[in-house]
Design a protein around this ligand. Sequence first.
Ligand code: SF4
Ligand code: SF4
Length: 388
Amino acid sequence: MRTEIPDATLATDRGNRANAILRTCVHCGMCNATCPTYQVRGDELDGPRGRIYLIKGLLESGEANAVARTHLDRCLTCRACETTCPSGVRYGELAEIGREVLEEQRPSRSLLRLLLLGIVPKPGLLAPLVAMARPFRRLLPRRLRRLLEPPPRHRPLPARGRVLLMQGCVQRVVTPEVNAHLAGLLQARDMAPFVSDAEECCGGLALHAGRTAAARSIMRRNVAQLPVDDVDVIISTASGCGVTLKDYRRVLGDEAATRFADKVRDVAEALAGFDFQKNAVHGREVGTVAWHPPCTLQHGQRVTGLVEKILTSTGYQLVPVADQHLCCGSAGSYSLLQPDMATELKERKTAALTRHNPDVIATANIGCQTHLADAVGVPVVHWLELLR
Ligand code: SF4
Ligand code: SF4
């Protein structure tokens, strides 16, 4: 793709990166075929190719506009387009730059977005708010209700060992039992997980909202404060956090961030090679599982096939699920900020997941889990809960 970005913009790090990415796009449009928002709306500007042109326009003109804001806000950042693209266009990084420019020139005025950015990354604030709202959860919209279900009692995580377990802002408040369950699985395999009070949000929420400077500060604090040199591996049970933690090298670009990112593994990568037994879910034996790979796992981290392998070798039968590459509509705060599109995508996803009547639906990210949980009549669990 030809670009005419002004020299002053090209002289900046982001201008230079954006230009290099734009030039790899051959505008073939193949990415549109796997873009969930393009499938729903059929509008070129709601597909990756159209959004790439909008970002190109932003950088060439230096002026943010409402059209770009609308269509970039509607993008899920699921990165299915990256997996499809034959030219290797790094759409996720380009969208991040586009959002950064928009946020500088036309900052979002959404009160909900500001609230989410202010509260969700701070478990110290989120946990008491969730506890206060829990008694009133039946009065709230369905999409919020699952977030407020009281978690089952769990054992506290041990504070020792060489596996740093990142608890995640939402994960630790809404389904802390998943982290506790992982700790048990690791301990039974001679690994000793521990958590750190110094853990902050991974920075993903700010990064995807175009607040790159804020995201970088959070990331730098994590790199500086967490005991990276004392551990062999850093694991997150939420693939949405994991994809951002692995990205610290690209976003921060220094040696300490590289050392940090090199140690991050998705939990499937950490557990591959071990044997497990089946675990009952809500006291019931499970035979068939519909697996929903989060976009952050399959397109972001490019971890594919591992969970399936672990589950089948544990004795589960995975039912076929159509269009597994498509986002369920959760996408971080997207389901709250773009409820219509999120609901449409959820309905399509739940139809595909329940078609063969599975005993459970399993996924790997707290966002997908809570988003899907209120829409289907079968339990939606983190896949780790299926292992014993
Ligand atoms: S598939 Fe890749 S090269 Fe083709 S239009 Fe999409 S981003 Fe550009
Ligand atoms: S990230 Fe997802 S929603 Fe956004 S353009 Fe790519 S495929 Fe479409």
